[in-house]
Design a protein around this ligand. Structure first.
Ligand code: ADP
Ligand code: MG
Length: 367
């Protein structure tokens, strides 16, 4: 009975998602970190019940009469998480979406925001979305066995740095083989050639993967934190299921993406390698925006090929896919300008309507 309820809930969720379109945006405000961060921006959350709005007080402006005032900037998303919210609550809001990868959807969840806004805390920390999603999917797979569904779950973890794809599960010095992206048009699936893939036969393996990735990153750069804020990391979970009784098959992918810091460094301040890095980050983030915008317009040509990130995620953006973007913001006054820029970018994404996603679930013998 429990399984039936669970299945019905997922069917309902997929219907609801079809109605609302397949792109969601949620905002998360991190808390101030200790006493050093007293300098709070004017932020308010007018509708605590539905928690979908955030209002920012803009910079102080002085009128000709000398009156100081601040303009309000309201924003609305599918959900706004206030500073006190925990990863558990955040995961609760996305768990249905995560589970739809088991129904044969390609799902993409991004964390977007300036460096220090809480992307890694939300996505790849020990209690972040990556381990939570893996554990939940594992539990569901175990339950679905009773309904004759057999699933395999495989993970890989890569980064895009300077428009190059690197394997985060292989120590850098041995990472000699170049990773290559292969698309399978018919299956709407992507494979990364030469990439280390780990079978997640137990959900605990994911913790090992996360620490391995962390270690390999630190080896790759002396300033590991700096490097990680200047690259996109993508955790890819592949789910292949087969119903032993009916012969139904399905294949879904869950991509959990921790994007490079969105702060726009001025080109004039950067030189040499830094300059190239900066251009690549700016380019790939704006390309992500362009792809989403083109999908929303229903354009015939989607510029996936303009960056490594969108090329890799081609089948998880638009078409047969569901997308969620977390826009992460800092609560501090000093970050007000970046926060406004991030929320404006997120608003554009939020205003985009991307049509119906189709599950790749197949009846044996069907097309
Ligand atoms: P980013 O990946 O966006 O650069 P981090 O996730 O590394 O940012 O967050 C910066 C700092 O803030 C870290 O020390 C992190 O632990 C802390 N932090 C971020 N979000 C939260 C939160 N929701 N609750 C508590 N601490 C947080
Ligand atoms: Mg980070």
């Amino acid at each position: 009975k429990l399984i039936k309820e669970e299945t019905e809930r997922r069917v309902l969720f997929n219907k609801y998602q079809e109605l609302k379109g397949n792109i969601r945006v949620m905002c998360r405000v991190r808390p101030p970190l200790g006493a050093l961060e007293e300098d709070r921006a004017g932020m308010s959350f007018p509708d605590e019940k539905t928690s979908a709005e955030i209002v920012l007080a803009g910079p102080e402006e002085r009128s000709s009469l000398g009156v100081v005032s601040r303009k309000n900037y309201p924003f609305e998303f599918d959900r706004v998480f206030m500073p006190a919210s925990q990863n558990e609550e955040v995961f609760g809001e996305i768990s249905q979406l995560v589970q739809s990868a088991l129904d044969g959807y390609n799902v993409c969840i991004f964390c977007y925001g300036q460096t220090g806004s809480g992307k890694t805390h939300t996505m790849s920390s020990d209690d972040g979305m990556i381990p939570r999603a893996t554990h939940m999917i594992y539990d569901t797979i175990t339950k679905l066995k009773e309904k004759s569904w057999e699933y395999t779950m495989e993970g890989c973890f890569v980064e895009v740095y300077n428009e190059e794809l690197n394997d985060l599960l292989v120590p850098n010095e041995r990472n000699a083989k170049k990773l290559e992206i292969r698309h399978d048009e018919a299956r709407k699936q992507t494979t990364i050639i030469n990439c280390k893939t780990v079978k997640l036969s137990s959900p605990d393996v994911v913790e090992t993967m996360l620490s391995e990735a962390q270690k390999n990153r630190s080896v790759a750069a002396t300033k590991a934190n700096e490097r990680s804020s200047r690259s996109h990391s993508i955790f890819i979970l592949k789910l292949v299921g087969k119903n032993l009784a009916t012969g139904e098959q399905c294949e879904g992918t869950l991509n959990l993406v921790d994007l490079a810091g969105s702060e726009r460094l001025k080109h004039s301040q950067a030189e040499g390698d830094r300059m190239k890095e900066t251009q690549n980050i700016n380019k790939s983030l704006s390309c992500l925006g362009d792809v989403i915008e083109a999908l929303g317009r229903g354009s015939g040509h989607i510029p996936y090929r303009n960056s490594k990130l969108t090329h890799l995620l081609q089948y998880s953006l638009g078409g047969n896919s569901k997308t969620l973007m977390f826009v992460m913001v800092s609560p501090l006054e000093v970050h007000l300008k970046e926060t406004l820029t991030s929320l404006r970018f997120a608003t554009k994404v939020h205003n985009t309507h991307i049509g119906t996603a189709k599950s790749t679930k197949k009846i044996k013998g069907g097309d």
